[in-house]
Every structure is written in structure tokens, then in C-alpha cells.
Design a protein around this ligand. Structure first.
Ligand code: NDP
Ligand code: MG
Length: 396
């Protein structure tokens, strides 16, 4: 029998990280945890190390690392603790690693995810923000280093499953007309528009279907998540923004669809549980048990579909505009959105101001070509400065 695949889980303490570890633990003969990384949830990281016995753990600072190292020794483990972005890149690109699960949230995931790509790993991508920021450079690095990039985002994993094997020849060449990206519509799908002014972070994070980290929960409420996913789909499947249509499907049973020129529409269905796309990508091209219950179509009974209302979801419109503008526009959109969501969660701005801030800052920033990674980070930093200035003028 072949040896177990060595897996690095970037963002192990988060929602996707924990779902990944759940799947891995079901198949100890197939997968072994090589490294786990955390940021603020350090007690949880220690417990995960005790459970999965990784070779490495990564934390943000030296102080935290010393404390975790002592705790690991006291627990009888010889897991080595590494520090900061350098540590993240080391465990992502380590010669003994086969597969990297990229599940750090936001721009912080970009360098470690790219380190995995540049080391030619199998990269399971949850961190959509890294692709949104640097799409062209990212995909170029995938090709150049022979990395295998597999989407974990449930919609993109669904599209991947509905595409023919040779989809990299181009959508036209394989007869794909459109990609239909489904969205649940989030907690505010039916909230009267006049009430959106007063919605709270708690309401925004109470997603009706998926249980996720706080940042992506707010993105789902505003549908910026779908906007980021539209950009993600364009890069993963070499599609133009006009070829990706967003469909609100409140039951979240169909995770996305592919529309072919002969009129066939292929969909992937399943219970809304991230362990399905994670297991699909981990084991691809074979299938393994994910722990997800079989879909019961009789209890679901009906599937509904609506077009999204851009007055309700202005972030979706802004993301589509950024996708069409290309170059640095998506990186700006992503950076301002990160600042805006954090400010909303801190109650410094209101929910509707997330879109206002993004629209204002996008209007202030010119679109430039992204020829190298440093330019991506410069665009990201500049957008964050402008967003902070916006907060200074409008925030509490
Ligand atoms: P969580 O907030 O639950 O987890 C984020 C992870 O990233 C945690 O391990 C966190 O550590 C770590 N982290 C946060 N900031 C930093 C930083 N600056 N440096 C290093 N590590 C950091 O998020 P999710 O798991 O929900 O989402 C992760 C990614 O997956 C996001 O990009 C999201 O868009 C994407 N995704 C998530 C889905 C979901 O169902 N949750 C579905 C599809 C995509 P700690 O917790 O210790 O602070
Ligand atoms: Mg998704």
C-alpha cells in the first residue's frame, strides 16, 4: 500500500480547517497531518496537536510559540513550533508535504498559499481572497510550477465536478456556455430594504444554512462572498465575468451548475456541509466517505431559484464591476472589503456602509497592471490606507 499523504492545514483552527481535520481523521491510512497553523485560537490549536500529532505547528509570535512549545512538551509531543509568515510558508512548501489545505481567511493567506503553489504541491483552495487579489500571477505560478489546484469552495468544487476533464482547453472548446453560481441569499434575503440600515453583526453572522467564520458570514450576508466567488470562478475556469451568472437558491442543495451548448445543464447536489467538497478534493480523482449524511430529496421536496436584486446586494454589483475592470480592481475591492467587514464587526460602521466604503474607495483608486506580487501588496496596502481614511471621516 502507498504511504499516507502528508497534509498541511493552513488555518486549522477555523471552520474549514476543522471540517478538513474531521475528514482526515476518518481515513488514517490515507492521510497524516504534517502541520497545523493557528492565529488567535491557541488552546484549540494545542488540542488539535494532541489529537493529530503534527510534525509542525505555526503561530503568529515568538511569545505564543514559546508557550505552545512548553505545552506540547508537557503533553509529551515533539511537534516543533514555527513562527509567523515565514513559518507558514515553510510548512506550505516543505519537501515532505504532499497536499496543502489553504484555509487562512483573507489576504493573510496569499503568501503561504503561493508558497505551496511554488513548491508544486496539491493545493486545496478555500482562501478565495488570495486568488481574487492576484489571480493572473497565481494561475501563472500554478502552471509554471506544476501545482495541482483543486477548489474547496463548495460552488467551485461543484463546477469542477460538472466540468469535463479537459476544461483547461477553454470553455468554448469544451462546449460550456455558462457557469451558474448558486447563492443561498444569506440571512437578509427577504429582510425589508428599510430594515437593512439597522442590522447587527450578530444578525449578519447568523447564516440560515452554512456555519462559517465571521468574515465569510458577513460576506455572505452582503453577497460580497458571491462577488468574490464570481472572480474566483473566472480564474479557476478561465471564464469571462459575463459567462458567470449568479442564481439565488435558498435551499443550498445545488452547489452550482454548468450549462452546455447542447442544452444540458449539469449540477452537483448535496447536503450543505463543507466536508463534501473537502473530501472530493482531498481524494480526487477517487471518492471517499466524508461523514456527510445522504441527501434526502423527499425532505427537501422543492428547489427555488431567483435572480439577485442588486439594490439589496450592491456588493455583488461592485464585485462584478471589479471583475470586468480586471488588473488591480479585484485586489482593491478585496482589501477595502476586509477593512469594511472588520469595521462592521467592531460596530464602527453600519451594514449598508460596507458597500458605500467599497464604492467610494474603488472610485478613488486607478486600475493598474499587476506584473509582480509586490505590486499586489502595494495595491492592497494603499486600498487599506484609503479605507481607514474613509473610516476616519464616516466611522464611529
Ligand atoms: P475562520 O475565521 O473560521 O478561520 C480562519 C482561519 O485563519 C483560522 O485558523 C484563523 O486562526 C486563521 N487566521 C486568521 N487570520 C490569520 C492571519 N492573519 N494569519 C494566519 N492565520 C490567520 O474562517 P473560515 O474557515 O470560515 O474561512 C477560511 C477561508 O475559507 C476563507 O477564505 C473563506 O472565504 C473560505 N471559505 C470558507 C467556507 C466555510 O464554510 N467556512 C466556505 C468556502 C470558503 P484563529 O482561528 O486561530 O484565529
Ligand atoms: Mg462558497
Amino acid at each position: 500500500m502507498s504511504r499516507a499523504q502528508q497534509i498541511t492545514v493552513l488555518g486549522a483552527t477555523g471552520s474549514v480547517g476543522l471540517s478538513t481535520l474531521d475528514v482526515i481523521a476518518r481515513h488514517p491510512n490515507l492521510y497524516q497531518v504534517f502541520a497545523l497553523t493557528g492565529f488567535t485560537r491557541l488552546k484549540e490549536l494545542l488540542a488539535l496537536c494532541v489529537r493529530h500529532v503534527p510534525r509542525y505547528a505555526v503561530v503568529p509570535t515568538q511569545d505564543v510559540a514559546r508557550k505552545l512549545q512548553d505545552d506540547l512538551v508537557a503533553a509529551g509531543l515533539d511537534t516543533r513550533v514555527l513562527v509567523g509568515e515565514e513559518g507558514l510558508c515553510e510548512v506550505a512548501g516543505h519537501a515532505q508535504v504532499d497536499t496543502v489545505l489553504a484555509a487562512i481567511v483573507g489576504a493573510a493567506g496569499l503568501r503561504p498559499t503561493l508558497a505551496a503553489v511554488e513548491a508544486g504541491k496539491k493545493v486545496l483552495l478555500a482562501n478565495k481572497e488570495s486568488l481574487v487579489m492576484s489571480g493572473s500571477l497565481f494561475m501563472q505560478a500554478v502552471r509554471q510550477h506544476g501545482a495541482v489546484l483543486l477548489p474547496i469552495d463548495s460552488e467551485h468544487n461543484a463546477i469542477f465536478q460538472c466540468m469535463p476533464n479537459d476544461y483547461s482547453r477553454g470553455l468554448n472548446a469544451v462546449g460550456v456556455r455558462r457557469i451558474l453560481l448558486t447563492a443561498s441569499g444569506g440571512p437578509f434575503r427577504e429582510t425589508p430594504l428599510a430594515e437593512l440600515h439597522d442590522v447587527t453583526p450578530e444578525q449578519a453572522c447568523a447564516h440560515p444554512v452554512w456555519s462559517m467564520g465571521r468574515k465569510i458570514s458577513v460576506d455572505s450576508a452582503s453577497m460580497m462572498n458571491k462577488g468574490l466567488e464570481l472572480i474566483e470562478a473566472c480564474w479557476l475556469f478561465d471564464a469571462r465575468p459575463a459567462q458567470v451568472e449568479v442564481v439565488i437558491h435558498p435551499q443550498s442543495v445545488i452547489h452550482s451548475l454548468v450549462d452546455y451548448v447542447d442544452g444540458s445543464v449539469l449540477a452537483q447536489l448535496g447536503n450543505p456541509d463543507m466536508r463534501t467538497p473537502i473530501a472530493n478534493a482531498l481524494a480526487w480523482p477517487v471518492r471517499i466517505d466524508s461523514g456527510v449524511a445522504p441527501l434526502d430529496l423527499f425532505s427537501i421536496a422543492r428547489l427555488d431559484f431567483h435572480a439577485p436584486d442588486e439594490r439589496r446586494f450592491p456588493c455583488l454589483r461592485l464585485a462584478r464591476q471589479a471583475a470586468e475592470a480586471g488588473d488591480s480592481a479585484p485586489a482593491t475591492l478585496n482589501a477595502v472589503n476586509e477593512v469594511a467587514v472588520a469595521a462592521f464587526l467592531d460596530r464602527r460602521i453600519r451594514y449598508l456602509e460596507i458597500a458605500s466604503m467599497i464604492e467610494d474607495v474603488l472610485g478613488q483608486q486607478s486600475v493598474i497592471a499587476l506584473d509582480e506580487l509586490e505590486t499586489v501588496f502595494e495595491v492592497d496596502s494603499k486600498a487599506r490606507v484609503l479605507a481607514e481614511q474613509w473610516l476616519g471621516r464616516h466611522g464611529r
